[in-house]
Ligand binder design. Structure first.
Ligand code: AMP
Length: 574
């Protein structure tokens, strides 16, 4: 076996490097900017320069670390484009991965007009052949189908400059060892070879010795373990497939009722999309990412401190150096690409001795990455099951119970007795009480819209050799979380010193009290304390405003929009 040139490479301790520092060209930088990537992940930081320099690379990286870009970006930079036959061959274990990697290569190579073709079993040969004949730069194939093409003489590999074996351990597990040998023997000796694997066992060392030439080994060096005095943070993860992440996040937020939460995404584009989706569902979310000006960031921070926004959606880069003292929750919408960022992210809660909660939504494929984080940080991340629809219903019922209890304890009920008395001729007292609870409960339901969609359970794929799933205790329904703050009282009597603003949008437009408070404080520049009771009906809402500022509010709201829509406003009774 040929020896490994370097055993381990560690990231540079200096300031984080940018993609352009790594030596990638303008076309790729433009594509990455368009995708909203803010900085290289550790495996990219380490690997890209070696690949660009022409070395063979043995990369140790799990799914979710950014390994696809780590090999695809420098590959696109180096290979000949527009030739008559493929310049690069990427071998992957499954058809899903073939499609995914091909899509990634296509996205990264957008500015270069790179032609990429995924080839996998189950697809018609004819179609693959037609595309191959038109000329393809990068072929992403499962070993079996690649070999079929080679045997039929339909895949010419003599022009291949670069071979990538992605998830090599997985390919060996699936019994592709002989196929790999047969394919590699068709490739020019002069090619550059990259081999990526999540694990490094004797079988990987053996094929690395066979296929790689004087390789550089790239892996993320283990982080120093955490000492025991870290912040007190309850850590939990849910396994959720990408398409169900938004619904899962909604459920988690509704269940947890965070005072203020920081939600992390990997890219700028993910942040923008999530903010839009959350606001459309009635949450109060703002973005924080590297593409924003200092002024914009400060405006967002102000809103967060004032409490008109309670969800901040951010990238790692943007969240560095933010100081949010009342943060109760950190949510990782994706598993961070590196253990180090996980530690940074969750360290934002649990400050000053307060307890914080860190929740991670992980794609089942990223289970291995999660376990890696656990190992390197020496902490336990309990894999929990998402709250079910039944849990959500029970939670909302509990919220209604708590709110009702508070109302009863709060007194000032005499003016409602007449309603009960007049109904008592016709109904049993017990039934009247139950009916009133139903009304109060249903008044909060509009806010919960969207939390009842089905989310299929996702389990870790069979090849994640996790150390048990450590079922954690789910926290019980949080008491004291009133049923929607100022909303839902249904009280239509006017509070002294307040006037009412009529707003022509209500429950049917998914308006929540927070939207009204946010819009009014934001547009009219008044404080939340100058807003009184909010009543939300199906088609309209009534908001009590302190008399002294009502004109100012009316003027501001006349031309303002709520949740992106212009709505009719007038002073009630005018
Ligand atoms: P992979 O480990 O290749 O499966 O990548 C995991 C995810 O990370 C993919 O969704 C990529 O789009 C994303 N990703 C890769 N590199 C970066 C980066 N530098 N910044 C943000 N996201 C990234």
């Amino acid at each position: 076996m040929r020896y490994l040139r370097r055993m381990t490479t560690t990231p540079s301790p200096d300031a984080p490097r940018t993609f352009s520092d790594l030596g990638l060209g303008a076309d790729l930088l433009k594509a990455l900017d368009g995708l909203g990537y803010e900085e290289p992940t550790p495996i990219q930081d380490l690997g890209i320069p070696h690949v660009l320099a022409g070395s063979d690379v043995l990369g140790l990286a799990a799914t979710g670390t950014g390994k696809t870009a780590a090999f695809t970006l420098p590959m696109l930079e180096r290979i000949t484009k527009g030739g008559p036959a493929p310049s690069a061959l990427i071998l992957v274990p499954t058809r899903e991965l073939a499609v995914q990697v091909a899509q990634a290569a296509h996205r990264y190579g957008r500015e270069m007009a790179v032609k990429v073709l995924p080839i996998y079993g189950g697809q018609s040969f004819g179609q693959q052949l037609r595309v191959l004949r038109r000329g393809v730069d990068v072929v992403v194939a499962t070993p079996g189908r690649a070999l079929d093409h080679i045997r039929r003489g339909t895949l010419d590999l003599v022009t291949v400059e670069m071979l990538v074996l992605d998830e090599a351990d997985e390919m060996l597990d699936m019994g592709f060892a002989e196929d790999l040998d047969a394919i590699v023997s068709e490739l020019p000796e002069t090619r550059q070879t990259l081999l990526f694997s999540a694990t490094l066992g004797p079988r990987i060392t053996r094929i690395a010795g066979k296929y790689l030439n004087d390789p550089v080994e790239v892996r993320i060096a283990d982080e120093p373990e955490q000492d025991g005095d870290g912040p007190r943070i309850e850590q939990r993860a849910y396994l959720v497939r990408r398409p169900h992440k938004l619904a899962a996040l909604g459920r988690v937020l509704d269940m947890e009722s965070p005072e203020a939460a920081l939600v992390f995404c990997r890219t700028r584009n993910d942040v923008d999309e999530l903010v839009e989706a959350l606001n459309a569902r009635g949450y109060r979310a703002e973005a924080m990412h590297g593409g924003m000006s200092q002024d914009e960031r400060e405006r967002v921070m102000k809103k967060l401190r004032a409490g008109t926004v309670d969800l901040l959606v951010a990238t790692d880069v943007a969240a560095r150096g933010l100081d949010i003292s009342h943060l109760t929750h950190v949510v990782n919408y994706d598993v961070p690409n590196a253990p180090k960022s996980y530690v940074h992210r969750i360290g934002r809660v649990g400050r000053a001795g307060r307890e914080g909660v860190a929740i991670t939504l992980a794609d089942p494929r990223e289970h291995g990455l999660l376990r890696n984080i656990e190992r390197l940080t020496r902490t336990k991340i309990a894999i929990d099951s998402l709250p079910t629809v039944a849990d959500m219903r029970a939670h909302r019922m509990e919220q209604t119970r708590v709110a009702l209890r508070e109302t009863l304890l709060g007194g000032d009920l005499d003016r409602f007795r007449v309603v009960v008395e007049s109904l008592n001729d016709e109904f049993d007292l017990w039934d009247i009480a139950v009916g009133a609870v139903k009304m109060a409960h249903e008044a909060t339901l509009a806010e919960a819209a969207g939390t009842e969609e089905e989310i299929p359970t996702a389990s870790a794929p069979r090849y994640s050799h996790g150390r048990g799933t450590g079922k954690g205790e789910r926290r019980g329904a949080k008491s004291g979380a009133g049923a929607g703050g100022k909303s839902g009282s249904g009280g239509r009597r006017r509070t002294p010193g307040m006037v009412r603003l009529f707003v022509g949008a209500g429950r049917q437009s998914r308006i929540r009290p927070g939207d009204l408070v946010g819009a009014i404080t934001g547009e009219a520049g008044i404080s939340g304390s100058q807003i009184g009771t909010i009543y939300i009906a199906d088609k309209y809402s009534l908001v009590e405003i302190a008399e002294g500022v009502s004109d100012q509010v009316y003027r501001a709201m006349k031309s303002a929009s709520i949740k992106g829509r212009r709505v009719k406003v007038k002073m009630d009774g005018s």
